[in-house]
Structure formats: C-alpha cells, structure tokens
Design a protein around this ligand. Structure first.
Ligand SMILES: N[C@@H](CCC(=O)N[C@@H](CS)C(=O)NCC(=O)O)C(=O)O
Length: 220
C-alpha cells in the first residue's frame, strides 16, 4: 500500500514533507484537506485529533510532526538523498537547524498570519509587529550562520534542515521582506527556490496564493 499524506499544497509544513518526498521520488498520494474533500479532513482528524497537518499514513501507522515524518521516511523508505547525515554530531546540527527554522522563522511569521486571520485591525497590526521583531533577530542570526555555506548545515548536503528552511523562508519573506542587508540569507532563499523539489512544491501551491491572509506579493 502506498504512502498517504494528509495536507494541503499551500501549507508550509506540508511543503516541508513534500520536499523530502520529491527529493527521493518516493511514491505517495496527497489527500488534500480542503472544502472540496471533507472526507479527507474527517479521516485526518480521526487519526490525529490534534488538528495539525501534514500527517503521514504508512499502512497501519500514523506519523505526525514533520521532522519525525522526514526522519521516518529516511529510516523506512530511504532513497538516494540522505536527509539526515549518518554521523551523529552532524545529524545533531541538522536537527538543531530544523528546529531553528520551524520555531524561530516559521512560527515567528505565523504571528502575522494569525493576527490577520482574526479580522481585527488592531490584532493584525500587533501580530505583524511581533512577527517583524522576531524575524529580524532570526534573519540576523542566519546571515552569520549561513556564511560560506551552500546548504544550512556545515559540510552537509541538502538535508532535513533545508526542507524546513525552504517554506519557512519563503513565507517569512512574504511576511517581512528579507532586506538587502542580508545578502547571504537572500542568496540561500534563492538557492532553495531553485531546488527542483521545492520549485515543484511552490508551483503546485501557486493556484492557492489568493488564500495568503497578508496578501501574496507578486514575486517568486
Ligand atoms: N509542529 C508541526 C506544525 C504543523 C502545523 O502547524 N501545521 C499547520 C498547517 S501549515 C496546521 O496544521 N494548522 C492548523 C491549525 O493550527 O489549526 C509539524 O511540524 O508538523
């Protein structure tokens, strides 16, 4: 039985897992959680009542949390692209950067999105201000961290950390532009956008851009 992913093409965390699947050309079926397919949402919530997606289903197994999903894929459905290095210390750095992009970039941008979704102009402004403050700190740290690197982790090839970074920096930049004072970070985001696995995820999500609560900019 093939792998099933419950998620949505425009969702950043779904994209993180799609990148891993595309990197290794792993076959799977995407069951989109949206208004046209209520049966998918019902099945997803039956399996994972914590209401977070994506969720990976592999036969009788339900696997939640994107970092765990990607590590699971590597262990159980490995392909030519190894997304966690074999060396434990190198793997630790990859896991750390994965956490950094989820917690300090993606979740920081989410404050602005959540504020906008309330429909309350004051909350919208507060959410935007908080996101901007947090993202500036994250951008400045990444600018130093990524200097001299092609991919996020030192000496590592494309990894789990880059799977997390791609959608996080994609939407963070839409929320609070990465300014020209961060050339290293801007170049890294451009490299991620050029990576075929992420380029495919971005293209598949294009029809949903009007859904972006802050208004999608006319780029990327
Ligand atoms: N830590 C989770 C985060 C997943 C997450 O927040 N997914 C979003 C979609 S991008 C979601 O489920 N949002 C629905 C909600 O929070 O109600 C992971 O890595 O899987």
């Amino acid at each position: 039985m093939s792998l099933v992913v419950y998620g949505h093409p425009f969702s950043s965390y779904t994209q993180k897992v799609l990148i891993a699947l595309y990197e290794n050309a792993t076959p799977f079926e995407l069951r989109c959680i949206g208004p046209d397919t209520p049966q998918h949402a019902a099945e997803w919530l039956r399996r994972w009542p914590l209401r977070k997606f994506p969720l990976l289903v592999d036969g009788a197994r339900d696997i939640a949390e994107t970092s765990i999903i990607i590590e699971y894929l590597q262990r159980v459905h490995p392909g030519p692209v190894r997304l966690l290095p074999e060396d434990p210390m190198a793997a630790l750095e990859v896991r750390f950067l994965d956490r950094f992009f989820d917690l300090h970039v993606m979740n920081a941008a989410q404050h602005a999105v959540d504020g906008a979704l309330t429909g309350d102009p004051v909350k919208r402004q507060e959410g935007k201000a908080l996101a901007e403050k947090k993202l500036e700190v994250a951008y400045a740290w990444l600018e130093g961290q990524l200097a001299g690197r092609t991919w996020a982790a030192a000496g590592a090839d494309f990894s789990l950390a880059d799977c997390a970074a791609a959608p996080a920096l994609f939407y963070a930049d839409w929320t609070h532009r990465i300014s020209e004072s961060y050339p290293v970070l801007r170049a890294y985001r451009a490299r991620l956008l050029a990576r075929p696995s992420f380029a495919r995820a971005v293209d598949e999500a294009r029809p949903f851009r009007p859904l972006f609560p802050l208004g999608a900019p006319d780029r990327d």
